[in-house]
Design a protein around this ligand. Structure first.
Ligand SMILES: Nc1ncnc2c1ncn2[C@@H]1O[C@H](COP(=O)(O)OP(=O)(O)O)[C@@H](O)[C@H]1O
Ligand SMILES: [Mg+2]
Length: 253
């Protein structure tokens, strides 16, 4: 594993009910980089994210995060260690306000994750105030300030995606996994999303991005192409688009 890799996957394999979904996937995510993962539907991208974020334990291979083995760590431990993800369908709490949604992202900074517990003691109330202030600042930072007291259910797809990202990064992660963040977004919302990814990366967050949107994917310095569970090509977007195998299997030309 190269010294500058924040995440290293080595020969990761997985299957569901005997059907191989990932076969010997090996690649590194360099610290501070933006790495892309493309591939047709069903090629195993989300499964790989589920494995890295701890929702699934892989049947083969190893994963190293910041120099330590990852696959036995819980989802929560990965979160507190700075590894966070978003979902293909944004996971926001519909009935909670925008501000409350972001506050949920702050709770992983504290020793307890139960909001109710935080309300009981003076120390906990102080912590709650801190969380609120941090969430308010994040709300402004992500230009969600004028929406902050609205229920998440009332947001557009683009706003919802930004909210999900705001909640994911308010705890200052080191590695952010974004699964199809542009799905359901219009061109302007995708441009906005692209700017946020660049800005977050400039602030020091390493990004692993899954996207179908080739325009958005140009933010990635290196893109890996997954096809039926195997990496078939890697390089910058220009090289990927020239690759004959990629053109054949993915771009359909
Ligand atoms: N929990 C699951 N149980 C059974 N099969 C699954 C499960 N999750 C994904 N699959 C299958 O694994 C393959 C890869 O899916 P997925 O990782 O979602 O691909 P992608 O995100 O690239 O579209 C698909 O054939 C899908 O049907
Ligand atoms: Mg997927």
């Amino acid at each position: 594993m190269p010294a500058n890799a924040i995440l290293a996957l080595k020969e990761v394999g997985h299957s569901f009910g005997g059907l191989a979904v990932l076969r010997s996937v090996t690649f590194d995510v360099p610290e501070g980089g933006i790495i892309g993962l493309i591939g047709p539907n069903g090629s195993g991208k989300t499964t790989l994210f589920n494995i890295v974020s701890g929702y699934i334990r892989p049947l083969a291979g190893s994963i190293t995060y910041r120099g330590a083995p990852l696959v036995r760590e819980s989802i929560q431990r990965r979160g507190t260690a700075g590894l966070v993800r978003t979902f293909q369908t944004p996971q926001v709490f519909e009935q909670m306000t925008v501000l409350e949604n972001i506050m949920v992202g702050c709770t992983k900074l504290t020793r307890t994750t139960m909001l109710q517990d935080l309300l009981r003691t003076p120390a906990a109330r102080g912590q709650m105030r801190e969380i609120r202030q941090r969430a308010e600042a994040a709300c402004e930072h992500f230009q969600l300030g004028n929406l902050r007291d609205l229920p998440a259910a009332s947001l557009t797809a683009g706003q919802r995606r930004i909210l999900e990202i705001a909640r994911a990064v308010v705890g200052e992660p080191r590695l952010l996994l974004l699964d199809e963040p542009s799905s359901g977004l219009n061109a302007q919302e995708i441009d906005n999303l692209r700017e946020w990814i660049v800005r977050l990366n400039e602030q020091g967050i390493t990004v692993l991005l899954v996207s179908h949107d080739m325009g958005l994917m140009t933010v990635a310095r290196t893109v890996h192409t997954l096809y039926f569970g195997e990496i078939i090509a890697s390089g910058d977007m220009a090289a990927i688009q020239r690759d004959p195998r990629v053109r054949e299997v993915y771009l359909g030309v």
